[in-house]
Design a protein around this ligand. Sequence first.
Ligand code: ME8
Length: 522
Amino acid sequence: MENACSKPEKASKFYLTTPIYYVNASPHIGHAYTTVIGDCIARFKRMKGFEVFYLTGTDEHGEKIKKAAEKNGKEVKNFVDEVSQNFVTLWKFLNVSYDFFIRTTDSFHIQVVQKSLQQLFEKGDIYKAKYRGFYCMPCELFWNESQIKEAGGCPDCKREVSEIEEDNYFFKMSKYESWLKEYLKANPDFVKPKIRYNEVMGFLDNNKLGDLCISRPKKRVSWGIPLPFDTEYVVYVWFDALLNYLSGVGFLGDDKRFKQLWPADIHLMAKDILKQHAVFWPIMLRALDLEQPRVVFAHGWWKIGEEKISKSRGNVVNPFELVQALGLKGAGVDALRYFLLREVPAGADGNFSWEALVSRTNSDLANDLGNLVYRTLNMAEKYFSGTVESKSLPVPEEFKAPFLDLETNYAQCMEELDFPGALEKIFKCISVMNKYIEDKKPWAMWKEKKEDDVRSFLAVLFEGIRIVAFYLYPFIPYSSASILRQVGIKKVDYNLTAAKWSGRLTFSISRESPLFPRIDVS
Ligand code: ME8
């Protein structure tokens, strides 16, 4: 099995990133997906005792952004401030525990970009030459004539491209081509999952790496960071954007912090921007004499039918509206997070539908988890006025295998970003507990006046629920905290070592409204 983010771990820090998202439109479910994956990893790593630094942010320069501002009748800086804030608001709403939100219009970032450009220019890795090519504005990518002819438009998005001829600055990527090939051969775990690694290797085998045009004349593109050695030009957005991973952790500003955090342990993104992260980025780092990130992980796309969900295709799903439509109060956010992480393996594409979201929520969260918690709390209330004090905690035979499997293999699944795998293990324990209630028939025990048996029966269930709530924390943090409060655990230290059978005998419940009422689909 592949291991995306555990090896090799340096000291106790863990630095992870999402892409910085374009601010030409508001965030959608695709952006939420990457950021929720990042949050799930960040919470898990914190539970394992790592000092986590989780970076996300927005990519705010370039022609595409300026055009979007004009279309909205706004001054460009006001426009990017507004849209960037929509991302911040969404991440707070989705309970994303990021540590820093970077914007490419932040002045410290601009300085890092300019200083890095200057370094590369002085080193001779940047030169000026005539440029002729075809430009796809939505992708912010250049192509040559044969690529355009073959694809009948932009090879990535199939849209129309514009022909451009002008003097520009180039970054000598070709100089590093053989180094990159060797590096990737020697580090087959650098790009994950394997299918994406093979894609990058295939790309490098079938294409000669040209130098990268990294400037745009200011007269054509005015919204960008000026080149420090020629202010008639601004820098290409990708060159600007990728450097956020360095500026976000103190590069060329706070040496101590930078040394502590760099290299990144995992860069998360979808497969659409793999080339920039697995080809451009390692070469930029090599040219800057910096260490390589540990892992570049490219997940799949959420689609509707055959179409990728994207703002330019106009089929976006708004996460705020989805959560509201679920009508589950606070737990609606968890339902969406759960669906995104449970429904498809992180490497594969997923098909989004409202029906699938509702069905997942009803079956797993309302029926299985919600019911288990609700029934157990009800019994504690009915039989013991909410306080269960048991003399013993006999772990039932049928609990042993699934709980041991969870304890032994959960971390491995999480390290491999196998979220459905980790959740299946948790839900196996939940279903065993539900079956235990059916089999044991506590109401019959109660009738037969076996009070102590009912006490230990409930204590076992509460302990099992306490354990699964810990393991669920990275996925559904709001509900995990609520479950723990309801079984009487007020102060929680989310640590994996606490997610074990503890021999706890007393549970004093404190009820809250049901977590996941069934959603009516009629
Ligand atoms: O590319 N399914 O920004 P962007 C899954 N600014 N993930 C999706 C998705 C979908 N349908 N749609 C978007 C950029 N994403 C650059 C990045 S980084 C130095 C610069 C997610 O706003 C996914 O993470 O187009 C994808 O890679 C990213 O949003 C693209 O965001």
